[in-house]
Design a protein around this ligand. Structure first.
Ligand SMILES: [Zn+2]
Length: 273
């Protein structure tokens, strides 16, 4: 018996024949050639509602493809709901890889996840613990709908979209341990994710974005996304250091006792970009 969804989305193709009846031939999409033609990879392909999926034979992704298909659609819907947008038209090309080494070979960088919004391409290493693409889809969708943003808000929103309320527990733990980095360092157009430990900065920015969203709403987050860090006093009516104090006070008020969970379990992955 087939899984849920229209039967038309069930084609299984090989790299030699990436066109299915009624679907565009992805091998004709110029930006994908560099990945599809890469000598180190023999891609299998599947077309689903909003995605074209590529995965390797004999891979975790191949074995979990039904689950991954469902997750992709759920993750896409989660991002759209979070940012208050109704729809996102472009087909997204999702590449599932076996390892960071494969990512190195394909993209030249050893990471667990990467998105290239201009190409509508997302890349993710699939393991039993890594079966969602919310973080990368947030970059893909929000960068294309709202425009590219400064790294602090790109990573903060993507981390919050993926990890939700956990970013708050984890930020609280970092605050109590005195491990938070002053926001004036991160919330700056010149900051990049390679400058500090991502197990601190991604959690911290994710928790800060949750705070901005909860207290000030997504419309103002969108304005800061589009206006950059220099727009913060205008958008929120107060400077960054005042927002930072409000955020810390909110963390301490919500968790008067230590939360049960430790911040950033290894399963979340530390090297998302
Ligand atoms: Zn990212």
């Amino acid at each position: 018996m087939r899984g849920p969804g229209p039967i038309v989305f069930g084609f299984l193709l090989t790299a030699a024949s990436l066109a299915a009846p009624g679907h565009p031939d992805v091998s004709a999409v110029p930006v994908l050639r560099q990945y599809l033609d890469h000598a180190g990879f023999n891609w299998k392909s599947k077309q689903v509602a909003h995605f074209h999926i590529f995965f390797e034979a004999d891979s975790e992704a191949g074995r979990r493809i039904r689950e991954l298909r469902r997750n992709l659609e759920k993750d896409r819907a989660r991002v759209l709901m979070l940012i208050g947008e109704k729809d996102y038209e472009p087909t997204i090309y999702a590449f599932f890889l076996k390892s960071g080494e494969d990512m190195q070979e394909l993209l030249g960088v050893n990471v667990d996840g990467r998105s290239r919004p201009v190409q509508h391409a997302v890349f993710s290493v699939v393991t039993p613990e890594r079966l969602h693409l919310t973080h990368e889809l947030c970059h893909e969708i929000v960068s294309n709908l709202w425009g590219a943003a400064e790294p602090w808000i790109e990573e903060g929103l993507a981390t919050y979209a993926d990890e939700g309320d956990n970013t708050y527990y984890d930020s609280w733990a970092l605050l109590k341990a005195n491990d938070l980095i002053p926001l004036e360092r991160l919330v700056d157009p010149g900051w990049t994710s390679s400058m500090d430990s991502p197990d601190v900065t991604y959690t911290e920015l994710g928790g800060f974005l949750k705070f901005l969203y909860d207290r000030y709403g997504m419309e103002r987050v969108k304005a800061a996304w589009q206006g950059g860090s220099q727009s913060i006093p205008r958008v929120f009516g107060k400077p960054l250091d005042e927002l930072e104090r409000e955020w810390h006070a909110s963390l301490l008020a919500q968790f008067p006792k230590p939360p049960i969970r430790h911040y950033r379990s290894a399963a979340n992955g530390f090297r998302m970009e």
